[in-house]
Write a protein that binds this ligand. Sequence first.
Ligand code: GDP
Length: 447
Amino acid sequence: MVSPADTIYALSSGAGLAGVSVVRVSGPNADAVLTALGVPVLPEARYVALHKLTSGPGGAVLDQALVLRFPAPNSFTGEDVAELHVHGGRAVLAAVFDAISGTGLARHAEPGDFTRRAFENGKLDLTAAEGLADLVAAQTDAQRRLALRQYDGVLADLYEGWRARLIDLMGHAEAEIDFSDEELPDGMRAATEERIAVLNAEITQHIVGADRGEHIRSGFPIVILGAPNVGKSSIINHLAQREAAIVSETAGTTRDVIEVQLNLGGFAVTLSDTAGIREASDAIEAEGVRRAEQRAEDAALRLVVLDATDGTLPEKVRALIAGDCLVVVNKADLLRGKYAAPGLPEGIVPILVSAETGDGLDGLLDRLTGEVHDRLGASEAPLPTRRRHRDALGEASTALAHVPDAAYPELAAEDVRVALRALGRITGRVDIDDILDTVFRDFCIGK
Ligand code: GDP
């Protein structure tokens, strides 16, 4: 008999009370598990059959289930797969899991096991596996669309296309090693370098989209900044429509960074509330200010909040009004007369709001939605979505940029080889051992 380690099972639908739950079994013992659970005749491949599941031949009935088989290699994992559609609910699942593990034919799956097997059996490449993890985790429409396209193979096709072109160019580079200049057609070297430059321009252009890809996938980072007590937490609470940050009247309360996730016009946004920026009075507050300033550096957009009743603009706050930044003037309800801006940098038009009355906050939300849409919503071109894509693409691009400087044809060929490996690592064609654990760590059990 095959070792149970070769066959895995897990709940593949969501946990919790449900009408139906799907238990997936994958591996050489999948059919044997069905037989052991009292399924008398194995259903035909990809046909559904209704059966009573039992704890073993002649054992107690556990549930009625729809049973499906996907024999290898035509299954998600590429192995024999069985699916049990049982009634959702804790006791049913506990009984079915006990029965399966009681057969000694299968073990419970680890996170990402099913997809990892699909990858190992050539059913999908690493970018598609990542796309699948993202699709399951997607909370917004933009995340869903990006993940689905990646799962569908847009990145794999792009990178494999580049690899195919490089393999072709590799032949030219190697010809230069093997033959003298006289033996080679005129202008071959220049033509090869030109084609490499064109390809590298495409890679560079693609890397430019990495921020967009990562921001769509993990949330567009907006940070809210300002002096203590200007109403940062009140604004964030209003925007998040829940009590995410502590609102208090004592200056300097939000000492750490608090994050809320928002869905603005179909895009995921991570809005961070930070400690008030001022000369800190103690070490803990100073650390809060340091973190706030760090967040300001990393954010794609800053919201700098000022107090409408305060006619001054501290230097530390003024320094934050730079780059991608909106200035929000809060406590408009306390204004008597017109707002007199305290020497704002030129071209800054402040947005007047009141977190107390809610005035202006819908406008602020619309403005933020527009800003996010402008930055993330443009084309449907394939985008890198992870740091590891960006790093490997950067490595490929740097290597290709070295080709014209190579002193010997051998070195030019080596540069092309480095670029090929870097691209191959993204789809999982080469050097896979180092990256598999990182990629599949993000999965849930049952995927
Ligand atoms: P933070 O330190 O910048 O996060 O400021 P908080 O959100 O904790 O607010 C500081 C104080 O200002 C609290 O007492 C709030 O109730 C008050 N506050 C916040 N926004 C407004 C506003 O628009 N109008 C008025 N009148 N008070 C506000």
